[in-house]
Ligand binder design. Structure first.
Ligand code: FAD
Length: 382
């Protein structure tokens, strides 16, 4: 390749790179290490209705959930939120990326797969490819997933990472297919949570967890216990996938010279659920606009600062919630929140963990208000 220069060069053909590819309007080219879009798959794909809308990924929706069930460390149900409206959708990740890639191609974006980038120069905007080629962009969207050397460019070297593993299993008994399950405070996943997401009309399930070490052994132990306790008994494992789950703190900056980052490279994900698609959906249009020169640096930077502040706050709340959830307070904390969420006393938002805290606060005030009213009534009676 004789050093071709494009307006936009996108490095990475995952959710982040392709979300930008479908939005850029100028002369753009995408290079990715993967052999095809969305490959290999490594993500459950659970997202909120708002994230789905921002991503415009409706074609890839495979399941819909109206509720969530929380299990404690002993796999006992501690609470259940069930709503009339949709709480979360599951998108089929490889399909989502296939659809994005097709749309981007139709818009004239050139795509090259099986082309890993080994180095990117943030001053010139030129990338060295593993096959010896070189390709440059006036703006370079760097979206290679989490990679320490690329994350460093944006000041995300302190990024906390967990290994995420997930299996798809055929169930011995069908599960309810419109609620998903999370398991908190357990030995299988001390730093995160485990999940059971029924798919294929409840005939199969995605069971996964994230941990700092030994994820496969922990998952095997969890599968045994789930079967033994009759929570999710399975007849066979159909497939397995794994990857990295980034937990923040999010990168200090979103740009560096000619580069603009998006996705896991910025260590930007919703801390409680490791929801990387959340941050991608909030930024993709702005990053594409910046790459196209239709959005000024100030606008992008302001949006990043706002999102980063929110993610940092959620990270702190998550740490607090996790301490509560790993103690005997699990039921005491969760049960009233779930009950209030189900009864519509407060709205629980899949994307904002602060909604659980504000729900607790609201309940406390209602409870406090009730006690004041009781005291007043007692006074009046006497
Ligand atoms: C088990 C598991 C479950 C998850 N579940 C959820 C969930 O339910 N909801 C949610 O929101 N998030 C979830 N996530 C997180 C989510 O998968 C990530 O946040 C998201 O995939 C990040 O997208 P990305 O494009 O930044 O990176 P990736 O999806 O990793 O894509 C990076 C792309 O860049 C390419 N690439 C890598 N290096 C190079 C290079 N040097 N040169 C060129 N190309 C390169 C890769 O081949 C790949 O195509 C989960 C993650 C795991 C591991």
């Amino acid at each position: 390749m004789s050093d071709p220069r494009h307006q936009v060069l996108i490095v990475g053909g995952g959710a982040a790179g392709l979300s930008v590819a479908v939005r850029v309007s100028s002369d753009a080219v995408l290079v990715s290490a993967s052999p095809r879009p969305g490959w290999p798959p490594h993500c459950t794909g659970l997202i909120s209705p708002e994230t789905l809308k921002l991503l415009s990924a409706h074609e890839a929706v495979s399941d819909t959930y109206r509720g969530a069930v929380f299990l404690d460390a002993r796999l006992r149900e501690v609470c259940r939120v069930e709503r009339r409206r949709v709480l979360a959708y599951r998108v089929n990740r490889p399909l989502m990326e296939e659809v994005f890639a097709e749309e981007a191609r139709a818009r004239g974006v050139r795509m090259m797969f099986s082309k890993p980038v080994v180095h990117v120069d943030w001053l010139t905007g030129c990338a060295m490819l593993a096959d010896g080629g070189r390709i440059c962009g006036e703006r370079v969207v760097l979206a290679p997933g989490y990679s320490p050397r690329f994350a460093m460019l944006f000041g995300a070297e302190r990024c906390e990472r967990l290994y995420g593993v997930e299996v798809r299993v055929v169930l011995a008994r069908r599960m309810l297919d419109d609620v998903f399950y999370t398991i908190h405070g357990s030995i299988y996943t001390p730093e995160f949570f485990a999940w059971i997401v029924p798919v294929n009309a409840g005939r199969e399930a995605l069971i996964g967890l994230a941990a700092r070490n030994k994820p496969l052994e922990r998952l095997a132990a969890l599968l045994d216990d789930l079967a033994r306790r009759g929570v999710a008994d399975y007849t066979r494992v159909v497939s397995r996938r794994n990857g990295i789950i980034v937990m923040g703190p999010a990168a200090k900056r979103i740009t560096r010279g000619k580069l603009v980052g998006l996705g896991d490279v910025l260590c930007a994900s919703k801390p409680f659920t490791g929801g990387g698609l959340y941050a991608i959906s909030r930024l993709a249009s702005l990053v594409a606009g910046y790459a196209d020169n239709t959005i000024a640096y100030g606008e992008l930077d302001a949006a990043w600062r706002l999102l980063r502040r929110e993610l940092l706050l959620q990270r702190k709340l998550t740490k607090l919630l996790r301490v509560l959830l790993s103690s005997s307070l699990t039921k005491l904390v969760l049960a009233p929140i779930c009950e209030a969420g189900s009864r519509g006393l407060c709205s629980l938002d899949y994307d904002r963990h602060s909604s659980a805290v504000s729900c607790l606060w609201k309940l406390y005030r209602l409870w406090g208000g009730g006690r004041v009213a009781e005291a007043r009534a007692a006074e009046e009676n006497s």
